[in-house]
Design a protein around this ligand. Structure first.
Ligand SMILES: [Fe+2]
Length: 389
């Protein structure tokens, strides 16, 4: 998706001679999705992007085993209790996953090494702090509330400014805006809750000099460290429709209704067999007799994982959920507001309360989620029984 962008210098025609000031040729590289049949960009390198000197196997630093959600239970995990660990790539504590997507949490102050995820796109939600995202396409300065969407295979690194916390979503394919937000030619439609102006891509090339530069590469088989002869950040220009971009959750324009609107109005991105939704501060439902929090619901085809990023959670009062919490409401279980929450919000509205300040990122998966070791280490075991109190 995102729309066409050009950064730095590119030749007037694609695939023609493009020369450096010393007369040598720049090396053209196509990064493209779906085998030359979808979005792509052309990048112009000072050095050959193919020149590697070494390839070494790497043992994973984090536990990656997943456990089925059995016996079936709604879950509450407190990421706020997870320790600062590693960097924004190696420090990810696995929360939940399946064959389509893996979700993790990381708190770190340490710059990462260069990284290339060749298994799929990543969407990294910055929960707190500021971080500089550096890549072959250039730099994106990211901060609290930013989703940074990174196309498969993009070589990049994360450089935090102080402590950063992030909720990371690793897909087994591509993460894109929902098709229903786009015209048949790809422009955001007027009913979409955000548009091209809200997407922030790199603005200028990033050139870093260096030789024998290691890059951590993740593939289905595991981790490898490839040592490149020259620093991969050597692109003098690129153009196309495939590049990393940031979108801030506060730029999402919530859609509100007379009575309660279901989560598809909050959808922000779609991935293979999952969706990402943003719950943002907004006016409450405005029918005079509305119940402006969710009804009990059972999404029979999906597991629903919610990261509570900020604000106040009226529907969750009494559940122990707080900013930084993650809830997992799996298929097979009907979930809804905690006891007393409906009566409390009706009374609050009667007294003039008219807005919700909730801020949350939700990932609904269409296949069951297994549980990761980081989640299980910070589970609140009382959560499942809070509706029966
Ligand atoms: Fe739900």
């Amino acid at each position: 998706m995102p729309y066409y962008r050009m950064v730095g210098e590119v030749p007037r025609k694609r695939h023609v001679q493009f020369r450096r000031p010393d007369g040598g040729l720049y090396a053209e590289e196509l990064m493209g999705e779906e085998g030359f049949s979808s979005d792509s960009s052309l990048l112009y390198h000072r050095h050959l992007p193919t020149a590697i000197l070494k390839s070494e196997a790497v043992e994973p630093t984090a536990a990656t085993a997943l456990t089925p959600n059995l016996p079936l239970s709604p879950r509450h995990f407190r990421t706020q209790d997870l320790p600062v660990n590693g960097d924004l790539v190696t420090g990810r504590g696995l929360l939940a996953g399946n064959a389509d997507v893996r979700m993790s949490y990381v708190a770190t102050e340490t710059p990462s090494e260069l990284y290339r995820n060749s298994m799929g796109d990543e969407c990294v939600y910055i929960a707190s702090g500021r971080v500089r995202f550096e890549s072959t396409y250039g730099v994106i300065e990211a901060g609290e509330g930013d989703y940074v969407v990174i196309p498969t295979g993009t070589i990049h690194r994360w450089v935090p400014e102080g402590r950063v916390t992030a909720f990371t979503i690793e897909a087994s394919g591509h993460i894109r805006p929902p098709k229903r937000y786009l015209s048949k030619h790809g422009q955001f439609l007027e009913h979409a809750p955000y548009c091209e102006r809200d997407l922030r891509g790199p603005q200028e090339p990033l050139i870093v000099e260096g030789e024998e530069v290691p890059v951590l590469v993740r593939t289905r088989g595991g981790l490898t460290r490839l040592v490149y002869r020259n620093h991969p950040f050597d692109v003098v220009g690129w153009d196309g429709c495939l590049y990393p971009f940031a979108f801030n959750i506060n730029d999402f324009e919530p859609i509100v209704k007379l009575t309660h609107a279901p989560p598809p109005v909050h959808q922000t991105f779609e991935g293979p067999n999952f969706v990402i939704c943003s719950f943002c501060p907004r006016p409450l439902d405005f029918h005079p007799e509305a119940i402006p929090i969710p009804y009990n619901h059972h999404n029979v085809d999906s597991d629903e994982l919610m990261f509570y990023a900020g604000g106040d959670y009226t529907a969750r009062r009494g559940s122990g959920i707080d900013v930084g919490s993650i809830s997992l409401h799996p298929a097979g279980f009907t979930h809804g507001p905690q006891p007393g929450a409906v009566e409390a919000v009706i009374e609050a509205v009667r007294q003039g309360h008219s807005r919700t300040s909730e801020l949350a990122v939700m990932v609904d998966t269409f296949r069951p989620l297994d549980l990761g070791p980081a989640a299980l280490s910070v589970e609140d075991p009382a959560y499942a029984w809070t509706w029966a109190r």
